[in-house]
Design a protein around this ligand. Structure first.
Ligand SMILES: [Zn+2]
Length: 225
């Protein structure tokens, strides 16, 4: 068993897919979401036209993208994107050996979009982590709702993630599933202890090493509430 750490990042108050949206009237789609990215009833080409999940994030609005908040070194957009500053990009490039995909933001000098799909992934144990999955979408073959397990209480607290296998080596990873609902689903960043310590010491703005994670080989028994 080893301990891993999730990395929490800031909020950029921005959308990679632009500002244009439309309301849904079709009841078969409305059961997934009440609005989608797109124009005049035509869904944005990046999303699933049924549940609104972002399937092709490479079709983001690069030239039109407005970074509304620039306070953080690492942050997310409301539609599942990740943004880093020059400083955070430098840290990641210096400490990770995997191929990293950054795109300079034309309208926000010193900031970059970071596409996490190239980052090595760790498989989350759905049962042991008490992940709640709902609103399965036949059109894209995935759940439109993927929520972290909660410990009952007032207020309820988020349960730690559990992984089936330990990472092969110390580094930064992403979860193999994205958490959230519809267009707002994000991969969670997961660091091994050494990398988490370096990230903490780097004192990047709005980057928090928030939680330890129990990592076990095999599936631990499910705790019933
Ligand atoms: Zn879908």
């Amino acid at each position: 068993m080893s301990i891993l750490y999730t990395i929490s990042t800031g909020d950029t108050d921005s959308y990679l897919l632009g500002e244009k949206t439309f309301h849904i009237s079709d009841p078969s789609i409305k059961k997934y979401c009440h609005w989608q990215f797109g124009e005049n009833g035509k869904p944005h080409p990046a999303i699933c036209p049924t549940c609104g999940r972002v399937l092709r994030p490479e079709l983001w609005d690069k030239d039109g993208f407005q970074l509304r908040k620039r306070k953080c070194d690492m942050g997310t957009t409301y539609d599942g994107g990740h943004i880093v500053s020059d400083r955070a990009k430098g840290f990641l490039t210096d400490h990770l050996s995997c191929a990293l995909e950054f795109t300079q933001l034309p309208k926000a000098k010193g900031y970059h979009r970071w596409d996490l799909r190239n980052l090595p992934s760790l498989a989350v144990s759905i049962d042991a982590s008490h992940i709640r999955q709902g609103k399965y979408c036949d059109a894209c073959g995935a759940f439109a709702e993927v929520l972290r397990g909660l410990e009952p209480g007032s207020p309820p607290t988020v349960l730690p993630l559990v992984f089936d296998d330990a990472p092969a080596r110390g580094s930064l990873y992403r979860t193999d599933i994205a958490f959230g609902s519809n267009h707002a689903q994000w991969f969670t960043l997961v660091a091994t202890e050494g990398l988490a310590r370096k990230l903490y010491d780097a004192k990047l703005r709005d980057v928090y090493v928030v939680e330890n994670i129990i990592c076990k080989a095999g599936r631990p028994p499910i705790k019933k509430f």
